[in-house]
Design a protein around this ligand. Structure first.
Ligand code: SF4
Length: 337
């Protein structure tokens, strides 16, 4: 008797890309298969994610530049963060920077061809004094440099988001960080609902939202999928995906649950679940993707150029080389093609 040929159990990753392009939500079961697939399937997964990425973004890479305009001294206890009240990490701590320092950073962002200048402050939410300084600074940066401005200021209410809109802020970042179910394992001083309320306040003011997460904090595959589906439901515009840098002195010091290939599978999942969104490989790119960084560009269409909030990024020259060598092109400033 002739044995029946073995039936392949491999998922058709390209069929998932077609589903994503047709506007369908890929199933939870398929999302699980994607995150659990063995490494030999990774190139096909990346090719499927690239089909979707290419449809919406071509070969373009969008650059963002981060400035930590107020560092440390935060009363919150986000376990991944070196600036929290429970962190003993050896970081620089300073109040809101003088305007000329912020303008110098904006100049550097512009010179590095960033399309978006991200002004970030530590803290639960800005004091009225700092908030007014932020508004004045936004005005100056916008008047001098043709870049989008994204503000990341912590929890915000309707009145604050309305004033940010009036000041000309293009976008507000507020990360969900993880799923609702996992949130209390990474922070106890504010809730997932608080974060959702801020995103709703931003959207009500007519400002587009930037919101993503951090991986490597003990989350399950369900947590990763839940967060992606929540971001899809919120229709966020921009999605920064961070890979935990287990900074010494933070509660998550020494945690290492990621591999470069797992990071790539996460990027592929987000591209398939958030097909047209701007997906950015954010903090931890150099630490967790290591030599596989350029492969991430097949799923994501954006990176940060320069340093992160309290940790250095790789040299801008290396990023430009990586983009060029992998056959991608820089997007023009202000996001034009
Ligand atoms: S992530 Fe923001 S709110 Fe949380 S501890 Fe760090 S600076 Fe504070």
């Amino acid at each position: 008797m002739v044995a029946a040929p073995a039936v392949s159990t491999q998922t058709d990753w390209f069929a998932l890309a077609d589903q994503a392009l047709a506007g369908e939500i890929i199933s939870r079961a398929a999302s699980h298969r994607l995150l659990s697939a063995p490494d030999p399937e990774l190139l096909e997964q990346l090719a499927a994610a690239y089909r979707v990425r290419r449809h919406y973004w071509g070969n373009r890479v969008r650059l963002h530049f981060l400035l930590n305009a107020q560092s440390g001294l935060c009363p919150e206890d986000c376990h991944y963060c070196s600036q929290s009240k429970i962190s003993t990490a050896d970081i620089e701590k300073y109040p809101f920077l003088a305007q000329e320092k912020i303008l110098a950073a904006a100049e550097r962002a512009y010179t590095l061809k960033a399309g978006t200048f991200c002004l970030v402050i530590s803290g639960r939410s800005p004091s009225e004094r700092v908030f007014e300084q932020v508004l004045e600074t936004v005005h100056e940066v916008k008047a001098r440099y043709p870049m989008k401005l994204c503000a990341c200021l912590g929890l915000l209410n309707d009145d604050q988001t309305r004033r940010l809109a009036e000041a000309g802020v293009d976008r507000v970042n507020h990360n969900l960080n993880t799923s609702e179910a996992h949130h209390s394992d990474i922070c106890t001083t504010h809730t997932f609902k608080d974060r959702m309320a801020t995103l709703k306040a931003v959207q009500s003011a007519g400002i587009t939202t930037c919101s993503g997460g951090i991986f490597g904090m003990g989350e399950s595959h369900d947590d990763i999928i839940d967060m992606a589906l929540t971001l899809r439901q919120l229709n966020v515009t921009s999605v920064p995906l961070n890979f935990l840098i287990p900074i010494p002195g933070t509660p998550f010091e020494g945690r290492q649950q990621l591999t470069p290939t797992q990071c790539l599978r996460i990027l592929c999942l987000f591209r398939l679940l958030l097909p047209s969104q701007e997906i950015r490989i954010a903090g931890g790119r150099e630490v967790q993707l290591r030599q596989l960084q350029p492969l991430g560009l097949y799923a994501a269409n954006s990176i940060f150029i320069g340093d992160y909030l309290t940790t250095p990024g790789q040299a801008a020259r290396a990023d430009f080389e990586m983009i060029r060598d992998a056959g991608f092109v820089l997007e023009g400033q202000m996001g034009e093609k």
